[in-house]
Design a protein around this ligand. Structure first.
Ligand code: FAS
Ligand code: PHB
Length: 324
């Protein structure tokens, strides 16, 4: 099989790139290791910056985002019972959009499938060949059958544990990592959010975050020990600890309920250089990881896609290589 851009990874980076390229008539194939349901089952980011909203609009995927997303003009930082509000719109001119990464990915899948985009699931043993030549190709397996995909470029959108970054030779790659000695225990609950804006709470007992997905789906986090496991925390223990870390007036109005998802995200910062090797380009978590603290993971992934997408358009439309 032959395509213009081979995309490894069907998460938000890979799908956003594929759908944007499609709008400019540039052909791609997405190779995803898992099933679509598995990808959509991952609960991750919840806050979109304007740049990602703009890209979803350009990809023709922003209708539900604008219908169901919740624009937030600011956020609250608290210490003990003291609250401090940061006004995004005043300082940056735009709000952020509260809309789950799961929904972003779902919207991208729906649009790309409607456009007859080529996505292969349950892909195994992807190997990138000749990335440092003008004729790279991938080999991979589906259902035990080995396949070949010839392409002009490879987009490594396969996340932190993917194959793309590992393809760049060690003597070319420089990596920087800081592992934080704590994790974030997160839960989803079908309860109304405690506050209409997010609360980033600092407290002597540790960090907590009050977030949301919609007016009846809340997302809460408390900083926990890396040795903790989700099953170590009953819902009641979680709610009691959260109440100790947020301002008393917020704790008093917190609506608790059963968790419908409970997981621990390790906190690490990681970046690799270069993000390009020959005709291989890394995007998103394949190249960098940031702690969820600043809701930057998904948004920096979108920024990578923006630059690669525009560079590829310049190449195919104007025969220019400075963008890539
Ligand atoms: P992803 O990891 O999302 O997608 C990579 C895809 O590639 C996956 O579907 C994977 O199955 C596939 N893949 C991997 N190896 C492959 C191979 N060899 N062949 C084919 N496919 C392969 N960010 C925020 O902004 N806010 C948050 O609150 C937040 N919380 C997070 C919580 C957790 C537990 C994690 C892990 C991350 C969190 N992030 C958060 C960051 C997260 O949202 C990422 O930034 C975002 O998923 C990046 O998207 P991708 O680059 O597409 O990588
Ligand atoms: C979330 O809603 O999952 C979320 C929001 C903001 C963050 C981190 C996570 O900084």
């Amino acid at each position: 099989m032959k395509t213009q851009v081979a995309i490894i990874g069907g998460g938000p980076s890979g799908l956003l790139l594929a759908q944007l390229l499609h709008t400019r008539g540039i052909d791609s194939v997405v190779l995803e290791r898992k099933t679509k349901d598995y990808v959509l089952g991952r609960i991750r980011a919840g806050v979109l910056e304007q740049g990602l909203v703009n890209l979803m609009e350009e990809a023709g995927c922003a209708e539900r985002l604008h219908a169901e997303g919740i624009p937030h003009d600011g956020t609250v930082i608290s210490y003990g019972d003291e609250l401090f509000r940061v006004d995004f719109t005043e300082y940056t001119g735009t709000p952020v959009m509260v809309y789950g990464q799961t929904e972003v990915t779902r919207d991208l899948y729906e649009a790309h499938e409607k456009a007859n985009g080529k996505i292969e699931f349950n892909v195994e043993d992807v190997v990138i060949n000749g990335a440092d030549t003008d004729t790279p190709h991938l080999t991979y397996k589906v259902g035990g059958e080995t396949r070949r995909l010839d392409c002009d470029f490879v987009a490594g959108c396969d996340g932190f544990h993917g194959v793309s970054r590992q393809t760049i030779p060690l003597d070319v790659r420089k990596e920087y990592e800081k592992v934080d000695p704590v994790g974030w225990l997160g839960i989803l609950s079908e309860t109304p959010p405690v506050n209409h804006e997010l609360i980033y709470a600092n407290s002597p007992r540790g960090f907590a975050l009050c977030s949301m997905r919609n007016e009846n789906l809340s997302r809460y986090y408390i900083q926990c020990s890396l040795s903790d496991k989700p099953e170590d925390w009953t819902d009641e223990a979680f709610w009691q600890e959260l109440k100790r870390r947020i301002p008393a007036d917020q704790a008093a109005k917190l609506v608790t309920g059963p968790s419908i998802e409970k997981s621990i995200a390790p906190l690490r910062s990681f970046v690799t250089e270069p993000m390009r090797w020959g005709r291989l380009f890394l995007c998103g978590d394949a190249a960098h990881i940031v702690p969820p603290t600043g809701a930057k993971g998904l948004n920096t992934a979108a920024s990578d896609v923006h630059y690669l997408y525009n560079g590829l358009c310049e190449y195919y439309e104007n025969d220019r290589t400075d963008g890539i």
